[in-house]
Design a protein around this ligand. Structure first.
Ligand code: IMP
Ligand code: ZN
Length: 345
């Protein structure tokens, strides 16, 4: 169940011959970096918006504005504009029933059908308290849907937002740890959100707690040029197992990352779309490939980026300049690195 995709991944996919297409689809792929509220299929979100507007007298235009932008194709001047899309989406997933519905559709998008996007998914989401549910209920609702699939197919990562207060972040880690200890399928914690927000020195205790509870730790790091070197080193000192983006690392940070062998979650279309990378040939994936460093290929947010995991893999295989022109053996090896970097299973 995959909607239409657009952009560089779609163009790369179009350029493949039929045997390459079959190869990519058949390859067992792990999707380890996908944000729940950033991956709701547009058709489902439109339907949810329609129902929301029918039942809400207060038809605030934040929802309408987000839907119009998303259905026409979002164009970003800079990465920070991206975060303005979420209030409109959040208005539509603010009670357990709509959150359950959104989660079910996202899971189906990645996991269902004769040729699923991925063999294994680690979906991530930020616990959100609303008038209709607590943070605990939020995570339980998502887990109820995740656990409808076998353990070998999907697990949940609990995201901490950089804007969270110490108390709220602590509560989120406690929720993740408690649910894990009860046998629920939470496998890790993430750090995400506006790359300029928050004081990262306050997050040490949260990642230490998460590790103590046996949870994997993945951090969005060095996503923009505005992320200072000392913040990046601070985040690396928390010994993350995986890193999201890791676009702008200086030599010291690169040496540490290579030494620790932390797997890098590479999101090609996302970086091009958010303009943190200008063109594929300049992408930092090349550095990690040159150094045979573990990477995994991910979509990040299929809703605004209108991409798919198959399209991201097509970017690896397609000839330059549409793709990176890697061989099938190289692409297979990347897929294997992704499977090896799972927190769950
Ligand atoms: P949620 O955690 O399921 O609500 O997914 C949406 C949230 O993921 C957004 O509000 C952001 O905080 C976060 N997010 C999505 N994409 C990115 C990204 O590229 N960088 C940092 N945070 C992101
Ligand atoms: Zn992300």
């Amino acid at each position: 169940m995959v909607g239409q995709i657009f952009g560089p991944g779609a163009i790369a996919l179009e350029s493949l011959d039929s045997s390459q297409f079959v190869f990519i689809n058949a390859l067992p792929k792990a999707e380890l970096h996908a944000h729940l509220n950033g991956c709701i299929p547009i058709s489902e979100l439109q339907q949810m918006a329609h129902e929301y507007q029918r039942s809400n007298k207060d038809s605030s235009d934040v929802v309408q504005k987000a839907i119009v932008q998303l259905q026409n194709g979002v164009v970003l001047e800079k990465i920070y504009d991206f975060f303005d899309l979420f209030p409109g989406i959040y208005a539509l997933t603010s009670d357990p029933a709509s959150l359950r519905r959104a989660t079910r559709t996202v899971l189906a998008q990645f996991l269902d059908g004769p040729t699923p996007q991925c063999a294994y998914l680690e979906l991530r989401s930020t616990p959100r308290e609303t008038a209709q549910m607590s943070k605990l209920e939020y995570v339980q609702t998502v887990l109820d849907e995740v656990e409808r699939y076998p353990k070998a197919r999907v697990a949940l990562i609990v995201s901490l937002d950089r804007r969270m207060s110490v108390e709220v972040a602590r509560e989120c880690v406690q929720i993740a740890s408690r649910l894990k200890s009860e046998g629920r399928r939470v496998v890790g914690v993430d750090l995400c959100g506006d790359p300029k927000a928050g004081d990262m020195s306050l997050f040490a205790e949260h990642f230490a707690q998460a590790k103590q509870a046996g949870l994997g730790v993945t951090l969005h790091i060095a996503e923009t040029l505005d992320n200072p070197a000392d913040e990046i080193l601070q985040l690396l000192s928390y010994s993350p197992d995986r890193l999201g983006h890791a676009t702008f690392l200086n030599d010291e940070a690169k040496a540490l990352v290579r030494q620790n062998k932390s797997c890098i979650e590479i999101c090609l279309s996302s970086n091009l779309f958010c303009k943190t990378v200008t063109k594929l040939e300049d992408h930092h994936i090349r550095y990690y490939l040159q150094h045979d460093h573990p990477i995994t290929i991910c979509t990040d947010d299929t809703l605004p980026f209108r991409n798919s995991l198959v399209g991201e893999y097509a970017l690896l295989l397609a000839k330059q300049p549409l793709g990176l022109g890697l061989s099938e053996d190289e692409v297979r090896r990347i897929a294997e690195m992704g499977m090896a970097a799972r927190f769950g299973v």
